[in-house]
Ligand binder design. Structure first.
Ligand SMILES: [Zn+2]
Length: 166
């Protein structure tokens, strides 16, 4: 099951909000001509097509072309690919996990120094540059362990994302 909330989440993260109107119309239909879509979202056919191509790039829509009996021209009919939404959600979350894990590793592997008056907290290299004195107040900076709260927060975010994906 794909909810509108999931769809909006994916759209915002991948294509952009400008296609939201189009998607909320298209997701309820089976196959709609590009002209009907344009009419419904109140846009020129060219801008409608460019929105559809943006969605197509993320593989969120598919199209078939049919020949119009009266004009003899080909018209594209579009469908929204609901199944693709969950795939995209997972890949977005996997990327987020990777990012958070990098932050966590960095936090765990960096030695930080903190001014005793609480002015500033800097990494080892910067502390060396300042001869281990606070650049703000001049106090000697003490080797300080890492930010436990921040680490906890990162860990719980990672854990949550991992359960979401399963
Ligand atoms: Zn200081």
């Amino acid at each position: 099951m794909t909810t509108i909330k999931q769809i909006k989440y994916v759209i915002k993260k991948t294509v952009g909000e400008e296609v939201l109107d189009l998607v909320s119309f298209l997701r309820k239909k089976d196959s709609v001509s590009e002209f009907k879509i344009a009419e419904h979202i109140n846009q020129e056919i060219n801008s409608t097509r460019s929105l559809l191509y943006k969605l197509h790039k993320q593989d969120l829509v598919s199209s078939i072309k049919k020949r119009d009996k009266e004009t003899g021209w080909y018209v594209y009919y579009w469908s929204f690919k609901k199944n693709r939404v969950n795939q995209l959600i997972n890949s977005i979350k996997e990327k987020e996990i990777e990012l958070l894990e990098n932050k966590l590793n960095k936090e765990n592997n960096t030695i930080h120094f903190k001014c005793e008056s609480g002015c500033i907290r800097i990494d080892f290299d910067s502390a060396t540059n300042f001869n281990f004195r606070c650049p703000e107040c001049g106090l000697v900076m003490k080797n300080k362990v890492n930010r436990e709260e921040y680490i906890c927060d990162l860990k719980s975010k990672i854990k949550k994302l991992k359960t979401d994906i399963k």
